[in-house]
Write a new protein. Structure first.
Ligand code: NAD
Ligand code: MN
Length: 358
């Protein structure tokens, strides 16, 4: 029997509530299915680790993750530590250290969930956003000088490489090609940003020639927000820069009902390193420790984890379980207008895999 080594990094805030929930669902699935098992290893990295050691993870932490089959991540963000320290010290260290350059974010309106768009039918919103995850606005290039002086200066430089843009475009075109509509929208801002974004557009066009069966169009990012709200059915696969896709995918999640249901996969398509799966939401300081966190985004991330491991049947079983649970509105957490707790939703999902008692 195959045993998968999974690193669990709950991190901070509600990450500590939703990662154990995801772990429980994977465990229940493995127990019921009997064809594979999980060997979970937990890492207590994050804000608490920072308070004890002055850093978010150990200096050689990546080496501890290297041999894993996948990583299940919660969130990095602590009310008492600046956000740029928590983000760069943990999540970005892993994403960039393991060159997980494709961040894949599916969005759908799940059964039982009432999205905020009144004219949008569930079948009108079925998107997958591909986020460039290794460079661009998050390249970390920039600096500050004259700190505290009247002439203080600060820069954040967006860096795009031809290799980096080519590989994400190729990934996005291939993904679009694998979906029924074979439709890709390339998000840009090349009207205002006239260097890197113009190269981004040029490379999109070049790569498109490798995929003659994919229909593609180009949309400015600001117009894309309006299109998501006004004409959701015209979108299918979307590719955007690190920052643009970060913002568009929170909007996508909200249009599908809640930030709490949306999943993401940080993929190294070449499989040189483990890939990392996480809900798109953050630490949610306002609800942490209260049992109010919606674990669905984490469960859906576990579906993506299973797909990445090649366990397609298990992935489908988990997705079906999630959909049966969301269809039951008494199992909705507060963000969806219900009053179920994290634990109740988790138990309901896990119960789907257990043999019915005689
Ligand atoms: P957030 O996603 O934590 O919360 C935004 C809002 O959505 C809050 O009202 C929250 O209660 C709600 N929400 C989010 N997830 C939910 C869930 N599963 N169930 C129910 N409600 C949910 O975003 P924020 O407030 O901007 O950030 C809080 C902290 O998290 C910051 O430190 C930020 O840097 C960090 N953050 C980390 C990640 C990550 O590690 N991947 C992502 C985003 C934000
Ligand atoms: Mn985000």
């Amino acid at each position: 029997m195959k045993t998968y080594k999974i690193a669990c990094i709950p991190g901070d805030g509600i990450g500590k509530e939703v990662v154990p929930a995801g772990q429980a669902a994977l465990e229940a699935l493995a127990t019921a299915g009997g064809s594979f098992a999980f060997d979970f290893k937990n890492f207590g990295w994050g804000g608490d680790w920072y308070r004890a050691h002055g850093e978010m993870m150990p200096p050689h932490g990546l080496d501890e993750l290297r041999g894993m089959d996948a990583i299940l991540f919660g969130s990095a963000g602590d009310p008492h530590i600046p956000d740029h320290i928590t983000l760069w010290g943990l999540r970005l260290k892993i994403c960039q250290g393991f060159d997980q350059y494709a961040n894949v974010r599916p969005t759908r309106i799940l059964p039982g969930i009432d999205g905020p768009l009144k004219r949008c039918k569930p079948e009108d919103l079925n998107w997958i956003i591909v986020r460039e995850n290794s460079e661009g606005e998050y390249a970390g290039v920039g600096g500050r000088a004259h700190q505290g002086q009247p002439i203080e200066v600060a820069t954040d430089l967006s860096v795009m490489t031809r290799a980096g843009v080519e590989r994400i475009m190729r990934y996005a075109f291939k993904l679009a090609q694998s979906r029924p509509r074979k439709l890709l929208t390339v998000v840009t801002k090349s009207n205002a940003q006239r260097h890197a974004m113009v190269m981004w557009d040029e490379i999109a066009r070049e790569v498109s020639h490798e995929f003659p069966d994919v229909t593609w169009d180009k949309e400015l990012v600001d117009a894309c927000t309006a299109r998501m709200v006004m004409r959701p059915a015209t979108l299918d696969t979307v590719v955007a820069t690190n920052l643009h896709a970060d913002i568009l995918s929170d909007l996508a999640a909200a249009l599908a009902g809640s930030l709490g249901i949306a999943p993401t996969a940080n993929i190294d398509p070449e499989r040189r390193y483990p890939s990392m799966f996480e809900p798109i939401h953050g630490s949610a300081f306002d609800i942490m420790g209260q049992g109010l966190a919606n674990p669905v985004g984490t469960f859906w991330s576990c579906v993506m984890l299973l797909e990445h491991l090649g366990e397609q049947a298990a992935a489908r079983a988990l997705m079906a379980a999630i959909e049966r649970v969301t269809a039951n509105t008494t199992l909705h957490t507060r963000d969806l207008g219900g009053n179920a707790t994290t634990v109740q939703v988790t138990q309901a999902v896990c119960a789907q895999f257990l043999p019915v008692p005689a």
